[in-house]
Design a protein around this ligand. Sequence first.
Ligand SMILES: CC(C)(COP(=O)(O)OP(=O)(O)OC[C@H]1O[C@@H](n2cnc3c(N)ncnc32)[C@H](O)[C@@H]1OP(=O)(O)O)[C@@H](O)C(=O)NCCC(=O)NCCS
Length: 231
Amino acid sequence: MNRSDATECSVPTRRRHPLDLFTSGFAGLVVRPVSSAYARLLLCLWGARVGRGLQVMGRIRMRLLGTLTVGDWVHIRSGYANYVGGHQPMAIWICSGGHVTIGDRCRLSNTTVVCKAEVAILPETLIGGGSRIYDTDFHQLDPLDRLSNTGPVASAPIRIGPRAFLGGHVTVLKGVTIGEGAVIGAGSIVTRDVPAFEVWAGVPARLIRVLPPPSSGRTLLQNDSASGQGV
Ligand SMILES: CC(C)(COP(=O)(O)OP(=O)(O)OC[C@H]1O[C@@H](n2cnc3c(N)ncnc32)[C@H](O)[C@@H]1OP(=O)(O)O)[C@@H](O)C(=O)NCCC(=O)NCCS
């Protein structure tokens, strides 16, 4: 399929299937407030600091032994609230001493975050379904240390954004910084720093092209939660 075919092929958006009621209209009225309130309660019980306007669809798996800070108007979709990566829920596992920050107006779907050191997802970043962010190798590299679980495990902080976009099923490994407005292609594994306003993709991710920075004064997302779609 060449580029002109791609632009002619449009997806009908107005015709709705009755089951859509449960994933959009009905969810908007009932499911979202209930699951958002439940997620907020669980997060607070785990000691997280949660900002205003958190919206959660589905259940989040969490184990928060470190600290978690969630900014304002964050949207999270877990499980089949987003078909992309819907077989896995949103999961946040912070080890003792780890720090995770999810900035204002970030949107995450079915993302697994494992943090031993620090993971900072900066404001207005979108993370696609089934993505994984691991700031640690989990295990020692030496086989005997690994079997006996002795010795240090390599871990290093991760920083993503602001206004970055990770496609579906991206993996970000320890020590990586993904710059402002950067885009990571679906299925990529990011092992090196990605400069601002660049598109990287592949395994391991490599530069595809450079984006123009957004024109000054333009706001990419609204300041509230009402607009826009999940990712
Ligand atoms: C990264 C992305 C935005 C690039 O789109 P684009 O600028 O239109 O790029 P193109 O399709 O022109 O591809 C440019 C090159 O990058 C390669 N490429 C694009 N996406 C890639 C990916 N995910 N992995 C590996 N290579 C990729 C293409 O093969 C092409 O290589 P070539 O020049 O050697 O032929 C897009 O491919 C993508 O992955 N979008 C994310 C979709 C998604 O997951 N959404 C979220 C769902 S929850």
